[in-house]
Design a protein around this ligand. Structure first.
Ligand SMILES: NC(=O)c1ccc[n+]([C@@H]2O[C@H](COP(=O)([O-])OP(=O)(O)OC[C@H]3O[C@@H](n4cnc5c(N)ncnc54)[C@H](O)[C@@H]3O)[C@@H](O)[C@H]2O)c1
Length: 273
């Protein structure tokens, strides 16, 4: 792959959380293909080795870490250790996230806290500590937080998840406002329906659910793949996105653009050419 100079990430070190699978794995390999070296983190028990191998195949250095991001108090010391051992951090991709499907009245305090600890607390406190190092190192840092279309529009059965992603949207804009003066940008990517194992435990009629979504997504092809989100990241993480700060990039095939799939109820498209 030939990367235009402004998308070139040679000499940059990127931290990607939740990198063992799904979007995080695609983000790590995509950043490596653009020239970045990688720090990968996932929770204990997750196997990072296939992603490490894919990154090194691109000729990039890769440092895997096993770390549970829900241990909020341990985040700052961990970031300090990574900075000390690996050098200045240029890019942070806050990708790790969890989702649960349950009625609003069935959400326990423990479940609410679990979702908030990973999706909100870890995102904020990682960004907080990494940004301090970026400022101290004088690097033009890039923070990219992965929110969701659910951070912009709600969906039943996901009250905690929706709330967590809404928080990611606003905390990212807060970071953009405070870090902009230091030359550091903060933005979100808001993916739509991307085929990953994140909803594997959801108790629902999966076939009917996925068929309904396939019909609901305007763009031909239905569900997206993790690779479909990589271009957005390379823009926001590189010099090409230098002036993009405090906004979100929706990568959803047009779901949020279309209130209701009315086309389904209209006569089929006919060319007027
Ligand atoms: N897949 C989608 O359709 C979709 C849509 C919108 C947003 N997102 C968001 O994209 C991000 C990635 O989602 P995905 O679909 O790839 O999910 P996934 O479940 O496939 O991957 C998430 C990764 O995060 C890791 N992780 C979870 N908790 C962790 C913790 N406490 N400490 C360290 N690592 C932890 C997991 O082990 C896993 O490797 C999430 O923030 C998710 O909310 C996904």
């Amino acid at each position: 792959m030939t990367v235009p100079p402004s998308f070139d990430l040679s000499g940059r070190l990127a931290v990607v959380t939740g990198a063992a699978r799904g979007l995080g794995a695609a983000f790590a390999v995509g950043l490596a293909s653009a020239g970045a070296d990688l720090v990968l983190v996932d929770r204990p028990g997750a196997d990072l080795s296939p992603v490490v191998a894919a990154v090194t195949r691109h000729g990039r250095t890769c440092h895997p870490y096993s770390f549970d991001l829900s241990d909020t108090a341990a985040i700052a010391p961990w970031v300090d250790e990574v900075r000390r051992d690996r050098g200045p951090l240029h890019i942070l991709v806050n990708n790790a996230g969890v989702a649960r499907l349950e009625h609003f009245n069935e959400i326990t305090v423990a479940a609410w806290r679990e979702v908030m600890r990973v999706n909100v607390d870890a995102v904020f406190f990682l960004a907080q500590r990494v940004a301090e190092h970026m400022i101290a190192d004088g690097v033009p840092g890039r923070i990219v937080n992965i929110s969701s279309k659910n951070g912009l529009m709600a969906e039943a059965g996901l009250a905690h998840y929706n709330a967590s992603k809404g928080a990611v949207e606003l905390l990212t804009r807060s970071l953009a406002a405070e870090l902009g003066p230091h030359g550091i940008t903060a933005n979100t990517i808001a993916p739509g329906m991307i085929a990953t194992p994140i909803d594997g435990d959801f108790s629902l009629d999966r076939q009917a659910f996925e068929a309904a979504w396939e019909e609901r997504i305007p763009l031909r092809g239905g569900y997206g793949t993790p690779d479909d989100c990589v271009g957005a990241l390379l823009l926001l993480a590189s010099d090409a996105g230098r002036y993009i700060n405090g906004t979100h990039l929706v990568v959803d095939g047009g779901v949020l653009a279309d209130q209701m799939p009315r086309l389904r109820f209209m006569p089929p498209y006919r060319s007027t050419l």
